[in-house]
Design a protein around this ligand. Structure first.
Ligand SMILES: [Zn+2]
Length: 488
């Protein structure tokens, strides 16, 4: 079986499954199975897409976010690129069996991934008009000829210029889908995956206009339908993709995490200062990013990186250059700090419901330089603000520009395939289950090292119809599939 994966970054089950106007997606749901998909910790684009492709958790990949400590110094943060990940991905497994892949925009994909087939860079590509962003390199020229300069992202998507944002995201998405269909038609492939980043940008940019529950929502605003309209745009594009398929194709529409309203920012380093855990030589006169602060490392025990979640680091004797926490005290101290984070409150003094994770408990392996704690403020209803100089712990503004949505722990999936024995809504699926499931449905070997389970494991997976179907039932399923246009 061939395999097609359409990745919708940030597609949230509440929106993907509830809108009857998304007719192509609904046909896929009816033909196969679907459900919520639990993401990794943290549920962030990098590393989540590669956790999905490798069936390895973030600790096992040694990638805890876009930026990671490269050593135990105080400024050793490096940006992840495609070479940061050495585990075999699903397309490598496919290549081991002599089959070819096309992989478009699966982050981190710069420098372009060398694989048996074609790869196209993701939103981390600096400049597609100057850099080689595809493998083989000449495919980039074909793409630029087809759609003009190929957009991999909307630069400056955290903007107040919402008309521009909506138009620019849509333009990018249309061009990307055009390229996807071009590659589907003109390339020899057995495995095809595309990640559409536009939905993530739309939701970060428009959530408060869309969600009546958002603290800054204004009823009747002109952008109320932008997000739902974007799902309809995606549905139409997916419909045109499905038209190109043959009936021997496994189809998966999937997201790396969900989306939820953001109630505000929790100024984590500001809080650490008030708790006496982070000590500055001089408190800044205006809001200042953590990297520019004058930190007194001889008195600091804890500091943190901001972002959608907090990565919290300890200043440990013998590990950090000027560490002060005794290694023998480390575990007791970590439990204490975990408890203090869990007790954080909202502006009214109510508990936020903050979730705190120790890497060794969240991951099977802890590779490279992991945070000492990973913190989801208010279970991600609050983001983590790393800058210092705010008058309060809780803020509405964001240090990196307007953003009113956070990632949610549960993304979504729809899986349709003529040999898929699963039907209807599925509970309990995890992002790490995706690669083993696709490999099994596609008829490939599953590497032992994959950490997820195949959702169809132990069920009869046949090349034609699920075992146990009567002839009449088989007819029903075939009708559903032909309705999708991929049984001719
Ligand atoms: Zn994402």
């Amino acid at each position: 079986m061939k395999i097609l994966v359409v990745g919708l970054d940030c597609a949230t089950p509440e929106l993907l499954f509830s809108d009857e106007r998304l007719t192509n997606l609904r046909r896929l749901m009816e033909a196969g199975c679907y459900g919520r998909l639990e993401s990794v910790i943290p549920p962030i684009t990098v590393p989540a897409w590669m956790c999905m492709a490798t069936s390895q958790d973030p600790g096992s990949l040694g990638v805890y976010g876009f930026r990671n400590r490269v050593d135990h110094s105080y400024d050793g943060l490096g940006i992840v690129n495609s070479r940061s990940i050495s585990e075999l991905a699903i397309w490598d497994q496919v290549a081991r069996e002599g089959k070819r892949s096309v992989v478009v925009g699966v982050p981190p994909a710069y420098p372009p991934r060398k694989l048996n087939g074609v790869s196209v860079g993701c939103f981390l590509t600096p400049d597609t008009s100057k850099d080689i962003y595809t493998h083989p390199a000449e495919i980039g020229n074909d793409i630029n000829t087809l759609v003009g300069p190929y957009p991999v992202d909307v630069k400056g998507f955290r903007t107040d210029n919402k008309d521009w944002l909506g138009k620019t995201v849509l333009d990018m998405s249309r061009k990307q889908f055009e390229v996807v269909r071009h590659l589907m038609k003109n390339t020899d492939w057995d495995y095809f995956q595309f990640v559409e980043i536009g939905l993530d940008r739309m939701q970060h940019g428009f959530w408060k206009y869309h969600d009546p529950e958002h603290v800054l929502h204004e009823p009747g605003n002109p952008y109320q339908n932008m997000i739902r309209d974007y799902y309809r745009h995606l549905d139409e594009e997916i419909g045109r993709v499905l038209e190109l398929l043959t009936d021997d194709t496994v189809v998966l529409v999937v997201s790396d995490h969900g989306a939820r309203k953001l109630d505000g920012g929790f100024c984590v380093n500001e809080w650490l200062i008030r708790e006496g855990l982070l000590v500055l030589n001089q408190y800044p006169e205006k809001v200042t990013p953590f990297s520019k602060l004058d930190v007194n490392w001889d008195k600091t025990r804890v500091w943190s990186e901001g972002g959608y979640y907090a990565r919290v680091f300890f200043n440990v004797k013998g590990r950090e250059p000027r560490g002060i926490i005794e290694p023998t005290e480390y575990e007791r101290f970590r439990d204490e700090i975990k408890g203090r984070f869990e007790a954080t409150t909202d502006p009214e003094g109510e508990r936020l419901g903050t979730l705190v994770f120790k890497p060794e408990e969240a991951f099977r392996h802890v590779r490279n330089v992991a945070p000492d704690l990973i913190v989801h403020f208010g279970a991600l209803s609050w983001r983590s603000v790393g800058g210092v100089g705010y008058p309060t712990i809780h803020v509405q503004e964001n240090d990196t520009g307007p953003d009113d949505c956070n990632h949610a722990q549960f993304g979504s999936f729809v899986l349709a395939s003529s040999n898929n024995p699963l039907q209807g809504e599925i509970q309990g699926a995890h992002l790490l289950d995706i690669a083993p499931t696709l490999l099994e449905l596609g008829g490939y070997d599953r590497p032992q090292s994959m950490q997820g389970r195949s959702l169809v494991s132990g069920l009869e997976v046949s090349a034609t119809a699920p075992a146990g179907y009567s002839a009449a039932e088989e007819e029903v399923v075939r009708d559903r599939l032909s309705g999708l246009g991929y049984i001719g």
